[in-house]
Design a protein around this ligand. Sequence first.
Ligand SMILES: NC(=O)c1ccc[n+]([C@@H]2O[C@H](COP(=O)([O-])OP(=O)(O)OC[C@H]3O[C@@H](n4cnc5c(N)ncnc54)[C@H](O)[C@@H]3O)[C@@H](O)[C@H]2O)c1
Length: 432
Amino acid sequence: MAKVEVKEAKGKLGVLIVGVGGAVASTFITGTLAVRKGQGMPIGSLTQLATIRLGKRNENRFPKIKEVVPLADLKDMVFGGWDIFPDNVYEGARHAEVLKKEDVDKVKDELQAIKPMKAAFDHNFCKNLEGKNVKTGTRWEWVEQLREDIRKFKAENHCDRIVVMWSASTEVYIPMAKEHESLASLEKAMKDNRTEVVPPSMCYAYAALSEGCPFIMGAPNLCVDTPAMWELAEKQHMPICGKDYKTGQTMMKTVLAPMLKTRMLGLSGWFSTNILGNRDGEVLDDPGSFKTKEVSKLSVIDSILQKDLYPELYGNVYHKVRINYYPPRKDNKEGWDNIDIFGWLGYPMQLKVDFLCRDSILAAPICLDLVLFTDLSARCGFSGIQSWLSFYFKSPMHRPDQVPEEDLFIQHTILKNTLRTIIGEPTLDYLE
Ligand SMILES: NC(=O)c1ccc[n+]([C@@H]2O[C@H](COP(=O)([O-])OP(=O)(O)OC[C@H]3O[C@@H](n4cnc5c(N)ncnc54)[C@H](O)[C@@H]3O)[C@@H](O)[C@H]2O)c1
């Protein structure tokens, strides 16, 4: 396959994060700054740690991804963003209490220098939050202000390129409406200030793409998963990807469900429950925001198990997802799964998973990889939905004529084969 022409990663890469003061964003930024000072290990990050096999199995070529794929260097990353709270990122990280004070203090000066810009925020899309660091104006005025924020940040920090990433709270569920069906109708809805069909996240994405910046959607918000935004991304030749970082429980689901299907074992029920006590948990306590998350978490099993092809195994699955806000746990989520399966002659068995994870510790390396890979996509000239990054998402965006790929290991193969193609190496069929 022909090698892709990749523009050099020269100069600074600006990373603008929506929700920059939150748990995920502050953990990602703190960790990246610490790693580049040699004061931490980027555990969980493929761009920093993983190798990639090139050639046949007998060639023994396993370079690190970052040695052969032209990614931006961590030392060239500059961070900024927006939040509804005015606290700088040091204060945000201390509030989130994901990392210990001694770890956050290692990069205190750099974190204190990152002060959130005023957010485009509407309480109706995030019922359990209220903050004062917010913009005024109509939806279209927000877009213009956000575009100005991006231009100003880029100029002041001498950035060559910018990536915009949503790590802000999950918005209230909205279904796809006719206003989202084309770019013209979305722009009209923004100009008419149709607040009920234009959540803040759409204003950020519209502003980012209009300024020639790729956009990553880390929450399950509809946002860029609409024909209007696909059109804008193609028009601007910019990559978009989402939705909803695949971290704890869903990562387990996308490993266990393919295992059942691969062995032709049946499934009758899957009950997933979570307790978490961070601000994300508080936001998800609102039924509207929970609905957005629930849709994202529920979609996974159906598309992996293909019940239409295997009605006798997966035609009658009871799947339930619960998220309970439980303050004492803070960011240390506990996710339980009770899985009722059946085998030979229909005999029942059970699987129990209890994952005591740390949400933001799992999300931070995903953020780093997504920023570096999305920037790579833009330099490769890729535009629109980047389904090769499905590996990182609970509800991977996909072309309307395609089914999503949810199996973690198939997603991993797609990701690595895309990297092989980018560097002009043959993709692997794993036979040799
Ligand atoms: N941590 C995980 O494992 C994980 C996994 C998948 C998805 N997510 C999603 O990532 C997002 C961030 O999670 P978190 O734990 O950091 O939450 P958090 O509540 O700690 O941080 C979110 C931040 O976004 C800010 N915010 C809300 N609306 C905003 C807006 N319109 N503009 C600017 N800032 C805004 C909030 O003030 C807050 O500081 C959530 O949507 C969450 O559902 C997290």
